[in-house]
Design a protein around this ligand. Structure first.
Ligand code: PMP
Length: 402
């Protein structure tokens, strides 16, 4: 019987939209969702995606057959090249196994389960504190003990580099370390290049740990695909084993199509081939094989020079609009002489600003200003527009002086 089943709480992120949808106020603003919105507040389908879709529809030879367990081979090859670089030695040496998975979430889950089944080291994964909330749910269910390392310093609103290094040093040799490839969610705080080198030194040289990169925002942070892949490439190019979960949700706006990839970089091609055979055994009983449509769109764009160039322009435009929102919000708070230092709004990277506002302040802003955001004070800059910046600045101002 199921009569004893308790009502589960709403997801802390997706629940914000549930509350937003219930609010009848015409002035309501949803800064909770991690999805891009246009200046008009509308979801965006990239032009290049429309073009790729038209080509797919026009091709009458396409069918609806099952894909292989690891998805579209061309999609996998191009995805590995996108994150590792087309000149990647690891790819040339056939040390990289890539499986098309269900967006970033599915890639993390398959990677986590593979590690739980096959890793020779400790089945413990360290994630940053704080991190995207789903990490804390995905990895335990995948069979990995999940612990945190210090990452964010609320005082400086920056990276707690010393704390992070200490915690990685104190973690067991060989532990798995989850790293956000760029645009850390929710803090918007990324290590500098020097700090990345320090982290790499501990993970690789001192502790022989296993880096697992979560790349959900390639191209979205800086506007450049290569810049945002810098840290991943540094780790892979040192020759060590690396896991990477890629998502096309944000950078191609394919959220609901669930397109992503898990890449595992092994130390030699023979290991890579055996690893691939076992990854299939993780996927087959989970969902058999991935869906065709979204990955076909991505493969179309990545394989066609003209479409690829067009994508980069549209991607940069999204990144630039977000950066411009940072400046507008900062200027609006400065104009209001809102108490406090707000430079972190300019310095943080990617879709989110970790405002530093507390739960009471967030609740007040939702109640009195109809602004919806997660209780940790994270706002989606992608949900903001020139029209809503003054409303948000007014709300922050009165929340702070209250
Ligand atoms: N990792 C991080 C850090 C994210 O922010 C997200 C999206 N919010 C994901 C992974 C995965 O998203 P998806 O499954 O939609 O690709």
């Amino acid at each position: 019987s199921f009569g004893h089943v308790k009502q589960a709480p709403e997801d802390p992120i997706l629940g914000v939209t549930v509350e937003y949808n219930k609010d009848p106020s015409p002035m309501k603003v949803n800064l909770g969702v991690g999805a891009y919105r246009t200046e008009e507040g509308k979801p965006l389908v990239l032009n290049v995606v429309r073009k790729a879709e038209e080509q797919l529809l026009a091709d009458r030879s396409r069918n609806k057959e099952y894909l292989p367990i690891t998805g579209i081979a061309q999609f996998n090859k191009l995805s590995a090249e996108l994150i590792l670089g087309s000149d990647s030695p690891a790819i040339a040496q056939k040390r990289v196994v890539t499986a098309q998975c269900l967006s970033g979430t599915g890639s993390l889950r398959v990677g986590g389960e593979f590690i739980a089944h096959h890793y020779s080291g400790p089945k413990i994964i360290y994630v940053p504190a704080p991190t995207w909330g789903n990490h804390l749910k995905i990895f335990p269910l995948a069979g990995l003990e999940t612990r945190t390392y210090r990452y964010y310093n609320p005082k400086t609103r920056g990276l707690d580099y010393q704390g992070m290094i200490e915690d990685l040093r104190a973690a067991p040799n060989g532990a798995v370390v989850l790293l956000h490839a760029c645009a850390h969610n929710p803090t918007g705080v990324d290590p500098t290049k020097d700090e990345w080198e320090g982290i790499r030194n501990v993970v690789r040289n001192e502790k022989q740990q296993l880096p697992f990169f979560d790349s959900a925002y390639q191209g979205f942070a800086s506007g450049s695909l290569d810049t945002d892949a810098w840290a991943v490439r540094r780790f892979v190019n040192d020759g060590g084993e690396t896991f990477i979960a890629q998502s096309y949700a944000k950078n191609m706006g394919l959220y609901g199509e669930r397109v992503g990839a898990l890449s595992i970089v092994a130390t030699d091609p023979a290991v890579a081939a055996r690893v691939e055979s076992q990854v299939k055994l993780v996927i087959r009983p989970m969902y058999s094989n991935p869906p065709t449509y979204g990955a076909a769109i991505v493969a179309n764009i990545l394989s066609n020079r003209a479409l690829f160039e067009e994508w980069k322009v549209e991607l940069k435009a999204m990144a630039d609009r977000i950066i411009s929102m940072r400046h507008q919000l900062f200027d609006a708070l400065t104009a209001r002489r809102t108490p406090g230092n707000w430079t972190h709004i300019l310095n943080q990277i990617g879709m989110f600003t970790f405002t530093g506002l507390n739960k009471q302040q967030v609740e007040y802003m939702t109640r009195d200003y109809h602004i919806y955001m997660t209780l940790d004070g994270r706002i989606s800059m992608a949900g903001l527009s020139s029209r809503t910046v003054p409303q948000l600045a007014d709300a922050i101002h009165s929340a702070v002086i209250k």
